[in-house]
Ligand binder design. Structure first.
Ligand code: NAD
Length: 324
């Protein structure tokens, strides 16, 4: 019999790639999404239920109607500057709604849980690459809302039969190489998307937020992971839990950092457009450099990334943005 899984936020950017891979792998998928940033056209497999995680009654009904073998929880708000401005909204949507979902899992006896966390839980890191045991000192409400969710999941797992995998994503970019799905949210301000949008003149000029960081060229350094590889990590995590694996936290990145200026140079080279760039002050809550140590996920999940190349990340993003 097909395994049925619940995917919250499955109409969003990352969730929709995971839904597509789950569908291709033969899972029966139910997506629960309020469409605040997601789109129904991104859901290529399964059933889409439009609903908000804050609506606990609707959530219970969904759990009662289906027998889920696992929950994959993507739904969240994820802009760092917005979280600085509206922290309560972030604690409500990210932390409280994770609690709502776990309550349903508890009452309905679902005991496998995969959670979308973030490198933002590490904050200003003292040493790169960051391992899963590095100190977690988030420096913005977004990171804190996610770290609190991790603690809730861990505390509940310690007191129950729940087994979890927490995936801490580094900087996610790229799109489906077949061009069917990609980043659609108008709110998304990620560097590679913004640079591609500038290359195709959707944005007049690209902003660099700070060039006075303690990095070789003064701009922030990040570890960019292709969304397809990140999606496959979720299927690996699901199989791991289904085989009875212990609860784990994994970094998801390629263990390689690129500065903002390096990324812009690749986007300019690949697009062939020398678009305008302006330097503006640092944004509150942006650390200088964050790169992942990915040894643990490689070893324990035997994760096999296929797109760990900045040019592939840029070219799939550019191709996607050009067709929007
Ligand atoms: N994109 C990144 O670079 C990145 C990095 C680290 C972690 N993450 C995490 O990955 C997850 C997915 O991010 P994404 O980039 O796909 O974002 P996204 O905005 O494209 O997707 C989020 C989805 O959740 C839905 N949603 C939000 N709040 C909801 C609610 N209360 N009830 C029901 N649905 C709701 C939205 O409509 C959307 O479809 C998030 O948890 C985010 O924190 C993303």
């Amino acid at each position: 019999m097909k395994q049925k899984v619940l995917v919250t936020g499955g109409a969003g950017y990352i969730g929709s790639h995971v839904v597509r891979q789950l569908g291709e792998a033969g899972y029966d998928v139910v997506v629960y999404d309020n469409l605040s940033t997601g789109s129904p056209k991104s859901v290529l497999y399964g059933q889409l239920i439009i609903g908000d995680l804050a609506n606990q009654d609707q959530l219970y009904q969904v759990f009662a109607q289906h027998q889920f073998s696992a929950v994959l929880h993507f739904a969240a708000s994820l802009s760092v500057p917005e979280s600085v401005e509206h922290p309560l909204d972030y604690y409500a949507n990210n932390t409280r709604n994770t609690l709502n979902l776990l309550r349903c899992c508890s009452v309905m006896g679902v005991n496998r849980f995969i959670f979308s966390s973030t490198a933002a839980v590490y904050g200003e890191v003292a040493q790169n690459p960051v391992t899963e045991n590095s100190p977690t000192q988030p420096i913005n409400p977004y990171g804190r809302s996610k770290l609190m969710s991790e603690w809730i999941i861990q505390d509940y797992a310690a007191a129950s039969s729940l087994h979890y995998v927490i995936l801490r994503y580094f900087n996610v970019a790229g799109a489906d190489p077949n061009g069917k799905i990609g980043q659609l949210s108008r709110k998304a301000s990620h560097l590679i998307k913004a640079a591609c949008d500038t290359a195709i003149a959707r944005i007049p000029k690209l902003q660099i937020f700070g060039d006075d960081f303690p990095t070789p060229d003064g701009t922030g350094i990040r570890d960019y992971i292709h969304v397809e590889d990140l999606a496959s990590a979720h299927l690996d995590a699901l199989r791991y839990l289904q085989k009875g694996g212990e609860s784990q936290i994994f970094n998801c990145g390629y263990a390689k950092g690129y500065s903002v200026r390096e990324v812009i140079a690749r986007v300019k080279a690949i697009s062939g457009v020398d678009f305008p760039v302006v330097v503006t002050p640092r944004r509150p809550g942006d650390p200088a450099c964050v790169t992942a140590c990915a040894d643990k996920i490689n070893q324990l999940l035997d994760w096999q990334p296929k797109y760990n190349d900045l040019d592939q990340i840029v070219s799939t993003t550019l191709a996607w943005e050009m067709q929007q």
